[in-house]
Unconditional design. Structure first.
Lengths: 325, 213
Protein backbone atom coordinates (compact mmCIF):
# COMPACT_ATOMS: atom_id res chain seq x y z
CA UNK A 1 0.00 0.00 0.00
CA UNK A 2 1.26 3.45 -0.82
CA UNK A 3 0.99 6.69 1.13
CA UNK A 4 -2.31 8.51 0.95
CA UNK A 5 -2.83 10.95 -1.88
CA UNK A 6 -5.74 12.82 -3.33
CA UNK A 7 -6.71 12.08 -6.90
CA UNK A 8 -8.27 14.05 -9.70
CA UNK A 9 -8.96 13.10 -13.30
CA UNK A 10 -9.66 16.33 -15.17
CA UNK A 11 -11.63 16.39 -18.39
CA UNK A 12 -9.47 19.04 -20.08
CA UNK A 13 -5.78 19.79 -20.50
CA UNK A 14 -6.32 23.26 -19.06
CA UNK A 15 -7.87 21.79 -15.91
CA UNK A 16 -5.08 19.27 -15.63
CA UNK A 17 -2.42 22.00 -15.68
CA UNK A 18 -4.39 24.00 -13.16
CA UNK A 19 -4.45 21.00 -10.84
CA UNK A 20 -0.69 20.48 -10.97
CA UNK A 21 0.06 23.24 -8.50
CA UNK A 22 2.17 22.47 -5.47
CA UNK A 23 5.46 20.61 -5.53
CA UNK A 24 3.99 17.26 -4.59
CA UNK A 25 1.33 16.97 -7.28
CA UNK A 26 2.29 14.38 -9.90
CA UNK A 27 0.99 13.45 -13.33
CA UNK A 28 -0.54 9.99 -13.74
CA UNK A 29 -0.53 8.80 -17.36
CA UNK A 30 -0.20 5.00 -17.64
CA UNK A 31 0.96 4.75 -14.04
CA UNK A 32 3.44 1.91 -14.59
CA UNK A 33 6.47 3.87 -13.39
CA UNK A 34 4.59 6.14 -11.01
CA UNK A 35 2.95 3.41 -8.93
CA UNK A 36 6.28 1.66 -8.42
CA UNK A 37 7.81 4.95 -7.29
CA UNK A 38 4.91 5.50 -4.89
CA UNK A 39 5.31 2.04 -3.36
CA UNK A 40 9.02 2.62 -2.88
CA UNK A 41 8.39 6.19 -1.63
CA UNK A 42 10.97 7.56 -4.04
CA UNK A 43 9.48 11.04 -3.87
CA UNK A 44 6.74 12.67 -1.81
CA UNK A 45 3.28 12.78 -3.39
CA UNK A 46 0.13 14.31 -2.00
CA UNK A 47 -1.93 14.51 -5.17
CA UNK A 48 -2.20 12.64 -8.44
CA UNK A 49 -3.50 14.40 -11.51
CA UNK A 50 -4.59 11.70 -13.93
CA UNK A 51 -4.50 12.73 -17.56
CA UNK A 52 -5.93 9.40 -18.72
CA UNK A 53 -9.24 10.98 -19.64
CA UNK A 54 -7.63 13.37 -22.14
CA UNK A 55 -8.38 11.43 -25.29
CA UNK A 56 -6.99 14.18 -27.51
CA UNK A 57 -3.57 13.11 -26.29
CA UNK A 58 -3.97 9.66 -27.87
CA UNK A 59 -3.32 8.39 -31.35
CA UNK A 60 -0.85 8.48 -34.21
CA UNK A 61 -1.41 10.63 -37.27
CA UNK A 62 0.46 12.07 -40.22
CA UNK A 63 1.37 15.74 -40.03
CA UNK A 64 1.03 18.22 -42.88
CA UNK A 65 4.81 18.39 -43.37
CA UNK A 66 4.92 14.63 -44.03
CA UNK A 67 6.06 13.69 -40.56
CA UNK A 68 4.22 11.94 -37.79
CA UNK A 69 2.52 13.06 -34.61
CA UNK A 70 2.21 10.65 -31.72
CA UNK A 71 -0.06 11.66 -28.84
CA UNK A 72 1.74 11.45 -25.49
CA UNK A 73 -0.87 9.01 -24.13
CA UNK A 74 -0.44 6.57 -27.01
CA UNK A 75 0.59 3.28 -25.45
CA UNK A 76 4.01 1.76 -26.02
CA UNK A 77 2.29 -1.30 -27.53
CA UNK A 78 0.48 0.90 -30.06
CA UNK A 79 3.76 2.54 -31.07
CA UNK A 80 5.48 -0.84 -31.41
CA UNK A 81 2.96 -2.27 -33.90
CA UNK A 82 1.99 0.81 -35.89
CA UNK A 83 2.62 0.00 -39.59
CA UNK A 84 3.91 3.45 -40.54
CA UNK A 85 6.28 3.60 -37.56
CA UNK A 86 7.55 0.10 -38.31
CA UNK A 87 8.20 1.04 -41.92
CA UNK A 88 9.52 4.60 -41.70
CA UNK A 89 10.79 4.89 -38.13
CA UNK A 90 11.88 1.32 -37.54
CA UNK A 91 14.18 2.14 -34.61
CA UNK A 92 11.25 3.62 -32.70
CA UNK A 93 9.06 0.56 -33.27
CA UNK A 94 11.95 -1.68 -32.21
CA UNK A 95 12.67 0.48 -29.16
CA UNK A 96 9.00 0.41 -28.12
CA UNK A 97 8.86 -3.37 -28.58
CA UNK A 98 11.88 -3.68 -26.27
CA UNK A 99 10.24 -1.77 -23.40
CA UNK A 100 9.28 -3.72 -20.27
CA UNK A 101 6.81 -6.59 -20.65
CA UNK A 102 3.64 -6.97 -22.75
CA UNK A 103 1.58 -5.88 -19.74
CA UNK A 104 3.71 -2.76 -19.24
CA UNK A 105 3.58 -1.92 -22.95
CA UNK A 106 -0.22 -2.20 -22.95
CA UNK A 107 -0.43 0.31 -20.15
CA UNK A 108 2.63 2.55 -20.32
CA UNK A 109 2.53 5.59 -22.58
CA UNK A 110 5.12 7.11 -24.88
CA UNK A 111 5.05 10.38 -22.94
CA UNK A 112 5.49 8.47 -19.70
CA UNK A 113 8.38 6.49 -21.12
CA UNK A 114 10.22 9.77 -21.72
CA UNK A 115 9.38 11.13 -18.26
CA UNK A 116 10.15 7.97 -16.26
CA UNK A 117 12.42 8.00 -13.24
CA UNK A 118 15.83 6.35 -13.17
CA UNK A 119 16.20 2.72 -12.13
CA UNK A 120 19.30 3.10 -9.97
CA UNK A 121 18.72 0.80 -6.99
CA UNK A 122 20.01 3.37 -4.55
CA UNK A 123 17.62 5.96 -5.94
CA UNK A 124 14.71 3.49 -5.81
CA UNK A 125 15.80 2.09 -2.47
CA UNK A 126 15.99 3.54 1.00
CA UNK A 127 18.97 5.77 0.34
CA UNK A 128 18.79 9.51 0.62
CA UNK A 129 21.01 9.93 -2.40
CA UNK A 130 22.15 13.02 -4.24
CA UNK A 131 19.29 12.83 -6.72
CA UNK A 132 16.78 12.74 -3.87
CA UNK A 133 18.31 15.82 -2.25
CA UNK A 134 20.91 14.05 -0.14
CA UNK A 135 24.61 14.70 -0.41
CA UNK A 136 26.08 11.40 -1.49
CA UNK A 137 25.92 9.12 -4.53
CA UNK A 138 25.97 5.60 -3.19
CA UNK A 139 26.61 4.12 -6.63
CA UNK A 140 29.91 5.96 -7.08
CA UNK A 141 31.69 3.46 -4.85
CA UNK A 142 28.95 0.90 -4.35
CA UNK A 143 27.18 -1.69 -6.47
CA UNK A 144 27.51 0.09 -9.76
CA UNK A 145 27.45 -2.72 -12.32
CA UNK A 146 24.43 -1.23 -14.10
CA UNK A 147 25.48 2.39 -13.91
CA UNK A 148 26.84 4.81 -16.47
CA UNK A 149 30.19 4.94 -18.22
CA UNK A 150 29.64 8.28 -19.95
CA UNK A 151 28.29 11.60 -18.70
CA UNK A 152 28.38 10.67 -15.04
CA UNK A 153 28.96 13.67 -12.85
CA UNK A 154 28.25 13.30 -9.12
CA UNK A 155 25.41 10.94 -10.08
CA UNK A 156 25.85 7.78 -12.16
CA UNK A 157 22.38 6.73 -13.29
CA UNK A 158 21.63 5.51 -16.78
CA UNK A 159 18.56 6.79 -18.54
CA UNK A 160 16.10 3.88 -18.66
CA UNK A 161 14.12 4.74 -21.81
CA UNK A 162 14.30 2.60 -24.95
CA UNK A 163 12.21 5.00 -27.01
CA UNK A 164 14.11 8.21 -26.27
CA UNK A 165 17.33 7.18 -28.10
CA UNK A 166 15.31 6.34 -31.23
CA UNK A 167 13.32 9.57 -31.03
CA UNK A 168 16.52 11.56 -30.63
CA UNK A 169 18.10 9.74 -33.58
CA UNK A 170 15.16 10.86 -35.73
CA UNK A 171 15.41 14.45 -34.47
CA UNK A 172 11.98 14.32 -32.80
CA UNK A 173 10.43 17.23 -30.93
CA UNK A 174 8.20 17.20 -27.88
CA UNK A 175 5.21 19.51 -27.72
CA UNK A 176 4.68 20.68 -24.17
CA UNK A 177 1.62 22.44 -22.80
CA UNK A 178 2.08 24.86 -19.94
CA UNK A 179 -0.06 27.32 -17.99
CA UNK A 180 1.70 30.22 -19.72
CA UNK A 181 1.46 28.75 -23.20
CA UNK A 182 3.09 25.86 -24.96
CA UNK A 183 6.60 25.22 -26.15
CA UNK A 184 8.39 22.76 -28.38
CA UNK A 185 11.56 21.14 -27.10
CA UNK A 186 13.73 18.78 -29.11
CA UNK A 187 14.25 15.39 -27.52
CA UNK A 188 17.96 16.21 -27.48
CA UNK A 189 17.29 19.20 -25.22
CA UNK A 190 14.61 17.57 -23.08
CA UNK A 191 16.87 15.55 -20.80
CA UNK A 192 18.98 17.15 -18.08
CA UNK A 193 22.45 15.75 -17.37
CA UNK A 194 23.55 15.61 -13.72
CA UNK A 195 26.27 18.17 -14.42
CA UNK A 196 23.47 20.70 -15.00
CA UNK A 197 21.05 19.63 -12.25
CA UNK A 198 21.45 16.41 -10.35
CA UNK A 199 17.90 16.45 -8.97
CA UNK A 200 15.95 16.42 -12.22
CA UNK A 201 15.83 14.25 -15.33
CA UNK A 202 13.97 16.54 -17.74
CA UNK A 203 13.32 20.23 -18.36
CA UNK A 204 9.60 19.74 -17.71
CA UNK A 205 8.29 22.27 -15.19
CA UNK A 206 5.82 21.39 -12.43
CA UNK A 207 2.68 22.51 -14.26
CA UNK A 208 3.76 21.40 -17.73
CA UNK A 209 2.51 18.32 -19.59
CA UNK A 210 4.05 16.62 -22.63
CA UNK A 211 1.17 16.38 -25.10
CA UNK A 212 2.66 15.22 -28.37
CA UNK A 213 5.79 13.71 -29.89
CA UNK A 214 6.53 15.04 -33.37
CA UNK A 215 8.67 13.15 -35.85
CA UNK A 216 10.05 15.01 -38.87
CA UNK A 217 9.49 13.44 -42.32
CA UNK A 218 11.62 10.37 -42.89
CA UNK A 219 14.02 11.19 -45.76
CA UNK A 220 14.38 8.74 -48.63
CA UNK A 221 17.24 6.35 -47.97
CA UNK A 222 16.80 6.54 -44.20
CA UNK A 223 17.42 3.28 -42.44
CA UNK A 224 17.21 2.85 -38.70
CA UNK A 225 17.47 0.24 -35.98
CA UNK A 226 17.43 -0.07 -32.20
CA UNK A 227 19.44 -2.77 -30.49
CA UNK A 228 19.11 -3.54 -26.80
CA UNK A 229 21.45 -5.85 -24.94
CA UNK A 230 20.16 -7.04 -21.58
CA UNK A 231 20.98 -9.65 -18.99
CA UNK A 232 17.92 -11.67 -19.99
CA UNK A 233 15.83 -11.50 -23.13
CA UNK A 234 12.48 -10.84 -21.50
CA UNK A 235 11.66 -7.79 -19.44
CA UNK A 236 14.86 -6.03 -18.51
CA UNK A 237 16.48 -2.66 -18.82
CA UNK A 238 19.37 -2.11 -21.23
CA UNK A 239 22.91 -2.98 -20.23
CA UNK A 240 23.83 -1.42 -23.55
CA UNK A 241 21.71 -0.13 -26.36
CA UNK A 242 21.94 1.92 -29.51
CA UNK A 243 19.58 3.66 -31.88
CA UNK A 244 20.99 4.29 -35.34
CA UNK A 245 19.43 6.41 -38.07
CA UNK A 246 21.51 6.47 -41.24
CA UNK A 247 20.97 8.02 -44.63
CA UNK A 248 23.04 6.29 -47.27
CA UNK A 249 23.51 6.77 -50.96
CA UNK A 250 25.53 4.55 -53.24
CA UNK A 251 26.94 2.74 -50.24
CA UNK A 252 28.16 5.95 -48.57
CA UNK A 253 26.76 7.33 -45.36
CA UNK A 254 25.42 10.81 -46.06
CA UNK A 255 24.14 11.63 -42.64
CA UNK A 256 23.89 9.72 -39.40
CA UNK A 257 22.64 9.91 -35.86
CA UNK A 258 23.77 7.41 -33.29
CA UNK A 259 22.30 7.54 -29.77
CA UNK A 260 23.25 5.18 -26.94
CA UNK A 261 21.06 3.85 -24.15
CA UNK A 262 22.37 2.23 -20.99
CA UNK A 263 25.49 4.36 -21.28
CA UNK A 264 24.78 7.70 -19.63
CA UNK A 265 22.32 9.59 -17.41
CA UNK A 266 20.67 10.90 -20.57
CA UNK A 267 20.25 9.32 -24.00
CA UNK A 268 23.83 9.73 -25.24
CA UNK A 269 24.54 10.99 -28.74
CA UNK A 270 27.71 9.33 -29.97
CA UNK A 271 28.98 12.17 -32.17
CA UNK A 272 32.41 10.50 -32.40
CA UNK A 273 30.80 7.60 -34.25
CA UNK A 274 28.87 9.90 -36.55
CA UNK A 275 32.02 11.85 -37.47
CA UNK A 276 33.82 8.70 -38.52
CA UNK A 277 31.03 7.07 -40.52
CA UNK A 278 29.73 10.20 -42.27
CA UNK A 279 31.00 10.41 -45.87
CA UNK A 280 32.39 6.91 -45.55
CA UNK A 281 31.48 3.46 -46.68
CA UNK A 282 30.91 1.11 -43.79
CA UNK A 283 33.98 -1.05 -44.27
CA UNK A 284 35.43 -3.22 -41.55
CA UNK A 285 38.12 -0.68 -40.67
CA UNK A 286 35.69 2.24 -40.43
CA UNK A 287 33.31 0.18 -38.29
CA UNK A 288 36.06 -0.87 -35.89
CA UNK A 289 37.35 2.69 -35.61
CA UNK A 290 33.85 4.09 -35.06
CA UNK A 291 32.98 1.57 -32.34
CA UNK A 292 36.25 2.30 -30.54
CA UNK A 293 35.69 6.06 -30.80
CA UNK A 294 32.27 5.71 -29.14
CA UNK A 295 33.99 4.48 -26.00
CA UNK A 296 37.10 6.70 -26.15
CA UNK A 297 35.82 9.00 -23.42
CA UNK A 298 34.16 6.31 -21.32
CA UNK A 299 35.10 6.27 -17.64
CA UNK A 300 33.98 3.02 -16.06
CA UNK A 301 33.17 2.70 -12.37
CA UNK A 302 34.51 -0.15 -10.25
CA UNK A 303 32.03 -2.78 -11.49
CA UNK A 304 30.84 -1.75 -14.94
CA UNK A 305 34.00 -1.92 -17.04
CA UNK A 306 32.39 -4.80 -18.98
CA UNK A 307 30.16 -2.23 -20.67
CA UNK A 308 33.02 -0.89 -22.80
CA UNK A 309 33.67 -4.06 -24.84
CA UNK A 310 29.92 -4.73 -24.77
CA UNK A 311 29.15 -1.38 -26.40
CA UNK A 312 31.99 -1.80 -28.88
CA UNK A 313 30.87 -5.26 -29.94
CA UNK A 314 27.26 -4.21 -30.18
CA UNK A 315 28.12 -1.14 -32.25
CA UNK A 316 30.28 -3.19 -34.60
CA UNK A 317 27.43 -5.65 -35.14
CA UNK A 318 24.83 -2.97 -35.73
CA UNK A 319 27.01 -0.92 -38.10
CA UNK A 320 27.79 -4.12 -39.98
CA UNK A 321 24.04 -4.70 -40.48
CA UNK A 322 23.70 -1.17 -41.86
CA UNK A 323 26.40 -1.69 -44.50
CA UNK A 324 25.22 -1.11 -48.02
CA UNK A 325 21.64 -0.75 -46.94
CA UNK B 1 -33.90 -12.07 -2.34
CA UNK B 2 -33.25 -10.06 0.77
CA UNK B 3 -29.54 -10.70 0.27
CA UNK B 4 -29.71 -9.43 -3.29
CA UNK B 5 -31.34 -6.19 -2.23
CA UNK B 6 -28.71 -5.70 0.43
CA UNK B 7 -26.06 -6.29 -2.13
CA UNK B 8 -27.47 -3.66 -4.43
CA UNK B 9 -27.65 -1.18 -1.63
CA UNK B 10 -24.08 -1.72 -0.56
CA UNK B 11 -22.77 -1.98 -4.05
CA UNK B 12 -21.12 -5.26 -3.16
CA UNK B 13 -20.94 -8.27 -5.37
CA UNK B 14 -23.49 -11.02 -5.05
CA UNK B 15 -21.03 -13.76 -5.63
CA UNK B 16 -21.30 -16.92 -3.66
CA UNK B 17 -18.04 -16.57 -1.76
CA UNK B 18 -19.01 -15.91 1.85
CA UNK B 19 -15.61 -14.49 2.63
CA UNK B 20 -16.11 -11.51 0.35
CA UNK B 21 -18.50 -9.79 2.62
CA UNK B 22 -16.55 -10.70 5.72
CA UNK B 23 -13.35 -9.42 4.19
CA UNK B 24 -15.06 -6.24 3.23
CA UNK B 25 -16.47 -5.65 6.70
CA UNK B 26 -13.17 -6.44 8.30
CA UNK B 27 -11.21 -3.99 6.23
CA UNK B 28 -13.43 -0.94 5.96
CA UNK B 29 -15.61 -1.28 9.02
CA UNK B 30 -19.33 -1.10 9.50
CA UNK B 31 -19.45 2.71 9.47
CA UNK B 32 -18.27 2.70 5.90
CA UNK B 33 -21.11 0.38 4.87
CA UNK B 34 -23.60 3.03 5.83
CA UNK B 35 -21.59 5.57 3.91
CA UNK B 36 -21.87 3.55 0.71
CA UNK B 37 -25.59 3.28 1.02
CA UNK B 38 -25.95 7.02 1.25
CA UNK B 39 -23.37 8.10 -1.31
CA UNK B 40 -23.93 5.57 -4.05
CA UNK B 41 -26.50 7.77 -5.78
CA UNK B 42 -23.86 10.45 -6.23
CA UNK B 43 -21.63 8.34 -8.41
CA UNK B 44 -23.30 9.29 -11.66
CA UNK B 45 -23.01 13.00 -10.88
CA UNK B 46 -19.30 12.52 -10.14
CA UNK B 47 -18.63 11.46 -13.74
CA UNK B 48 -19.20 14.90 -15.20
CA UNK B 49 -17.31 16.99 -12.70
CA UNK B 50 -13.60 16.59 -12.13
CA UNK B 51 -13.87 16.99 -8.38
CA UNK B 52 -10.75 16.11 -6.48
CA UNK B 53 -11.02 12.93 -4.44
CA UNK B 54 -9.54 13.60 -1.07
CA UNK B 55 -6.72 11.46 0.14
CA UNK B 56 -8.01 9.50 3.10
CA UNK B 57 -11.67 9.33 2.20
CA UNK B 58 -13.06 6.41 0.27
CA UNK B 59 -15.19 7.18 -2.76
CA UNK B 60 -17.70 5.15 -4.68
CA UNK B 61 -16.52 3.73 -7.97
CA UNK B 62 -18.28 1.42 -10.37
CA UNK B 63 -16.18 -1.41 -11.71
CA UNK B 64 -17.20 -3.80 -14.46
CA UNK B 65 -15.57 -7.09 -13.53
CA UNK B 66 -16.31 -10.32 -15.40
CA UNK B 67 -19.43 -8.74 -16.93
CA UNK B 68 -20.85 -7.76 -13.56
CA UNK B 69 -21.14 -4.25 -12.24
CA UNK B 70 -19.83 -3.62 -8.75
CA UNK B 71 -20.26 -0.39 -6.88
CA UNK B 72 -17.83 -0.12 -4.04
CA UNK B 73 -15.93 2.25 -1.81
CA UNK B 74 -12.27 2.69 -2.61
CA UNK B 75 -9.47 4.95 -1.49
CA UNK B 76 -7.62 6.73 -4.34
CA UNK B 77 -4.45 4.83 -3.45
CA UNK B 78 -5.96 1.35 -3.71
CA UNK B 79 -4.73 -0.72 -6.61
CA UNK B 80 -7.11 -2.73 -8.75
CA UNK B 81 -5.29 -5.81 -7.45
CA UNK B 82 -6.11 -4.95 -3.86
CA UNK B 83 -9.76 -4.24 -4.64
CA UNK B 84 -10.21 -7.41 -6.68
CA UNK B 85 -8.80 -9.62 -3.96
CA UNK B 86 -9.72 -7.91 -0.72
CA UNK B 87 -13.07 -6.39 -1.62
CA UNK B 88 -14.48 -8.55 -4.39
CA UNK B 89 -13.00 -11.80 -3.13
CA UNK B 90 -11.56 -12.58 -6.55
CA UNK B 91 -8.41 -14.20 -5.25
CA UNK B 92 -7.53 -15.86 -8.54
CA UNK B 93 -5.51 -12.73 -9.25
CA UNK B 94 -2.27 -13.14 -7.30
CA UNK B 95 -0.09 -10.70 -5.40
CA UNK B 96 3.54 -10.95 -6.42
CA UNK B 97 6.10 -8.19 -6.59
CA UNK B 98 3.61 -5.30 -6.75
CA UNK B 99 6.08 -3.54 -9.06
CA UNK B 100 5.01 -4.87 -12.46
CA UNK B 101 7.94 -7.25 -12.61
CA UNK B 102 6.39 -10.71 -12.16
CA UNK B 103 3.00 -10.72 -13.91
CA UNK B 104 1.22 -12.73 -11.15
CA UNK B 105 -1.49 -10.06 -11.01
CA UNK B 106 -2.21 -10.03 -14.76
CA UNK B 107 -5.83 -9.27 -15.66
CA UNK B 108 -7.41 -8.18 -18.92
CA UNK B 109 -8.50 -4.58 -19.16
CA UNK B 110 -10.51 -4.02 -22.33
CA UNK B 111 -9.13 -7.39 -23.52
CA UNK B 112 -5.46 -6.40 -23.05
CA UNK B 113 -3.26 -8.04 -20.41
CA UNK B 114 -2.17 -5.53 -17.81
CA UNK B 115 -0.73 -5.55 -14.32
CA UNK B 116 -3.49 -5.05 -11.74
CA UNK B 117 -0.80 -4.00 -9.23
CA UNK B 118 0.11 -0.99 -11.36
CA UNK B 119 -3.48 0.07 -12.01
CA UNK B 120 -5.33 2.24 -9.53
CA UNK B 121 -8.89 1.06 -8.94
CA UNK B 122 -10.12 4.60 -9.65
CA UNK B 123 -8.39 4.41 -13.05
CA UNK B 124 -10.20 1.18 -13.93
CA UNK B 125 -13.64 2.76 -13.77
CA UNK B 126 -15.45 2.48 -17.08
CA UNK B 127 -13.10 -0.26 -18.34
CA UNK B 128 -13.97 -3.90 -18.92
CA UNK B 129 -12.01 -6.01 -16.45
CA UNK B 130 -11.62 -9.77 -16.84
CA UNK B 131 -10.02 -11.90 -14.13
CA UNK B 132 -9.26 -15.59 -14.00
CA UNK B 133 -12.71 -16.24 -12.50
CA UNK B 134 -14.23 -14.63 -15.58
CA UNK B 135 -12.82 -17.38 -17.79
CA UNK B 136 -14.94 -20.05 -16.14
CA UNK B 137 -17.81 -21.34 -18.21
CA UNK B 138 -20.26 -22.09 -15.46
CA UNK B 139 -18.77 -24.96 -13.48
CA UNK B 140 -16.45 -25.88 -16.35
CA UNK B 141 -12.94 -24.59 -16.90
CA UNK B 142 -12.48 -22.24 -19.82
CA UNK B 143 -10.34 -23.47 -22.75
CA UNK B 144 -7.10 -21.81 -21.60
CA UNK B 145 -7.52 -23.13 -18.07
CA UNK B 146 -8.32 -26.60 -19.42
CA UNK B 147 -5.27 -26.53 -21.67
CA UNK B 148 -3.00 -25.67 -18.71
CA UNK B 149 -4.35 -28.69 -16.84
CA UNK B 150 -3.95 -30.99 -19.82
CA UNK B 151 -0.38 -29.88 -20.53
CA UNK B 152 0.62 -29.96 -16.86
CA UNK B 153 1.73 -26.35 -17.24
CA UNK B 154 2.26 -25.63 -13.55
CA UNK B 155 4.20 -26.80 -10.56
CA UNK B 156 3.51 -24.63 -7.53
CA UNK B 157 0.80 -22.86 -9.51
CA UNK B 158 1.26 -19.39 -8.10
CA UNK B 159 2.09 -17.73 -11.42
CA UNK B 160 -0.51 -19.79 -13.30
CA UNK B 161 -3.48 -17.37 -13.15
CA UNK B 162 -1.27 -14.61 -14.56
CA UNK B 163 0.12 -16.90 -17.25
CA UNK B 164 -3.43 -17.94 -18.19
CA UNK B 165 -4.59 -14.34 -18.44
CA UNK B 166 -1.65 -13.43 -20.68
CA UNK B 167 -2.47 -16.38 -22.95
CA UNK B 168 -6.18 -15.46 -22.93
CA UNK B 169 -5.27 -11.90 -23.95
CA UNK B 170 -3.06 -13.22 -26.74
CA UNK B 171 -5.74 -15.54 -28.10
CA UNK B 172 -8.35 -12.81 -28.10
CA UNK B 173 -6.11 -10.78 -30.39
CA UNK B 174 -4.45 -13.66 -32.29
CA UNK B 175 -6.57 -16.84 -32.32
CA UNK B 176 -3.80 -18.86 -34.03
CA UNK B 177 -0.51 -17.53 -32.65
CA UNK B 178 2.96 -18.67 -33.66
CA UNK B 179 5.28 -20.16 -31.01
CA UNK B 180 7.26 -16.90 -31.07
CA UNK B 181 4.11 -14.89 -30.41
CA UNK B 182 3.24 -17.19 -27.52
CA UNK B 183 6.67 -16.81 -25.96
CA UNK B 184 6.44 -13.07 -26.29
CA UNK B 185 2.92 -12.98 -24.85
CA UNK B 186 3.99 -14.69 -21.62
CA UNK B 187 7.35 -12.91 -21.41
CA UNK B 188 6.00 -10.63 -18.68
CA UNK B 189 5.07 -13.58 -16.45
CA UNK B 190 7.76 -15.11 -14.29
CA UNK B 191 7.59 -18.79 -13.34
CA UNK B 192 10.13 -19.66 -10.69
CA UNK B 193 9.42 -23.37 -11.15
CA UNK B 194 10.50 -23.02 -14.77
CA UNK B 195 7.51 -24.62 -16.48
CA UNK B 196 7.91 -22.39 -19.51
CA UNK B 197 8.00 -25.17 -22.18
CA UNK B 198 4.74 -26.57 -20.81
CA UNK B 199 3.18 -23.11 -20.74
CA UNK B 200 4.01 -22.59 -24.41
CA UNK B 201 2.51 -26.01 -25.22
CA UNK B 202 -0.58 -25.18 -23.18
CA UNK B 203 -1.06 -21.93 -25.06
CA UNK B 204 -0.94 -23.76 -28.38
CA UNK B 205 -3.42 -26.35 -27.11
CA UNK B 206 -5.65 -23.56 -25.80
CA UNK B 207 -5.80 -22.08 -29.29
CA UNK B 208 -7.02 -25.46 -30.58
CA UNK B 209 -9.55 -25.87 -27.77
CA UNK B 210 -10.90 -22.39 -28.37
CA UNK B 211 -11.26 -23.06 -32.08
CA UNK B 212 -13.23 -26.25 -31.37
CA UNK B 213 -15.67 -24.72 -28.90
Amino acid sequence: MTVHFSYVRPASLQDAMGQLTGDNARIHAGGTDLLGCLRDEVFPVDKLVSISRLDKLRGIKKTTDGGLSIGALTTIAEVAVHPLIREKYTALAQGAAAVGSPQIRNQGTLGGNLCQKPRCWYYRGEFHCLRKGGDFCYAAEGENQYHCILGGDYCYIVHPSDTAPALQAFGATLRIAGPRGGRDVSVADFFVPPSRDVTRETVLEQEEIVTEILLPPAPAGLRSAYRKVRARQAWDFALAGVALALEQEGGRVQKSRVVLSGAAPIPWRAVEVEKIINDSTLGAEVIREAAAAAMAKAVPLSKNGYKIPLFQGMLEEELEKMRGA
Amino acid sequence: MKKKEDDEKTGQCQCEHGYTRRGFLASVGVGAMAAIATTSKLSSAKEASPAELSAEKAVVVTLLVNDRTHRLLVEPRWSLLYVLREHLGLTGTKVGCERGECGACTVLIDDLPRNACLTLAVEAEGRRITTLEGLMQGEELGPVQQAFVEEDAMQCGYCTPGQIMSVEGLLRARPQPTPAEIRQAVSGNLCRCGTYPHIVKAAARAADLKAKR
